[in-house]
Design a protein around this ligand. Sequence first.
Ligand code: ADP
Length: 502
Amino acid sequence: MQSAKKDIQLFVNNCFEPSSSGQTFSSINPATEEEIAEISLADAGDVERAVLAARAAFDEGPWPRMRGSERAEYLLAMADAIEENQEILGLLECMDTGLPLATTRAGHVVRGVQNFRYFAAEIERIGGEAIPLDNAYLHVTSREPIGVVAIITPWNAPLGLATSSLAAALACGNTCVIKPSELSPITTSELAKIVEALELPPGVVNVVHGPGRPTGEALASHPGVDAISFTGSSPTGRRLMELASRDLKRFVGELGGNAPTIIFADADLEQALDATLLTAFANNGEACVAGSRLLVERSLYPTFVERFVERVQGIVVGDPLAERTEVGPVISAAHRSRLSGLITEACDLGAKLRCGGAPPGELATGFYLQPTVVADVPLHARLSREEVMGPVVGISSFEDEADAVRRANDTIFGLAAYVWSGNSNRALGVAQQLRTGTVWVNASITRDIRVPFGGFKQSGVGRIGGRFSIDAFTEVKNTCIAVRPYPLRRFGAREPRKPPHV
Ligand code: ADP
């Protein structure tokens, strides 16, 4: 099961097919550095075929026209099929990303199931409002699908993120072309197999593979695409908005972050430690909401750093397939070099490496990096300013509430933040001043499907989650109905109209 190299093709109109050029690329298992899949690379022509398939399925096919309850049946079947394949999907995602198996299997795959179940139910709740006007008109608002949605996803949670956009977009009656990250394409291709097996109407879900250039750009700039749902870095989000602007496509983007965690001296230290470690190192630290920037009140700082480092040194790093592994390898050699660069630059600027900072000696193969803590990180270090996306944490101290808020907000990002204080008035007061889409107060990452998720500032555009996803994947139509005859200005007539009209 783990040995055979997979052959992954494009998925268009419910058929798997190679790219027209025959060009392929590889996916590497970050833990073994072995090539585990050979994938067809879609060029602009292949992307065009996929977009036209989705276009035809939207413009002429049954998907947007069928009863919502019928679409819900398909979505529930998708959920069941993902659930039945939980083991293999968890395993493949683990091998493709280096994320611990426990995380992929019990976290991301289960999230995929929940996404389809939730949005199947949400179909019944899609509605509008009626706005009466002057006793003569009734305005009725309704939600309609946008059309063809391009879904572009990153490597840090491929299945969870693809299904979160896909399930919502499909629920609303859109058709989709997904482009997963070229670094982790396998489970999205497995999703295509499920679509094929369940016989969704052809063209409703299509999958193309390849890097940002040429594949992603061809998709994002194709005039047949009506909306882009993107999860990934802020620079790529910026580029995609440029491409989307050419024909004013809808754009929803969940982008980068460097989430601050503010810890006051009066916080419940044990709880704050547990939660802070979890938010920093869960998912290998490769999460947009990872708490990679700790701000600790000066009086607590020495104790906190010592306790935190002690715990980080105890984190089990190793084979992501092993059940007890807490942190696996990062996604690629290039990403590990980038993380090393962030650590080195912070130390050059006066920060102190407290633990980690290098690959673990006993793991020569695989893109491993010891969980790393850098203390006294200045605000202008890249570690404080850029998205980290790995098992690396920078810590610095703050003086008082105002200083904490200033430091936390001193970033182009605004995705998430965490506040820890035993004084709930203070915690809530600080939370109110933080310019982020989500603030967790004395809490670690929990993300219910119903809650809005997205970023302030350069961390995102729009919101997804629950009914916010319905907003993201629908157009609002207003239909104006005359409920009785009513007077009109009579162009060209000299006399007013006689009753019975009012
Ligand atoms: P990361 O650096 O974390 O991989 P990216 O934002 O570069 O994040 O990638 C997220 C997704 O965006 C991937 O599927 C990637 O292929 C895609 N992508 C990257 N650059 C572009 C681009 N110029 N146009 C379209 N898609 C892109």
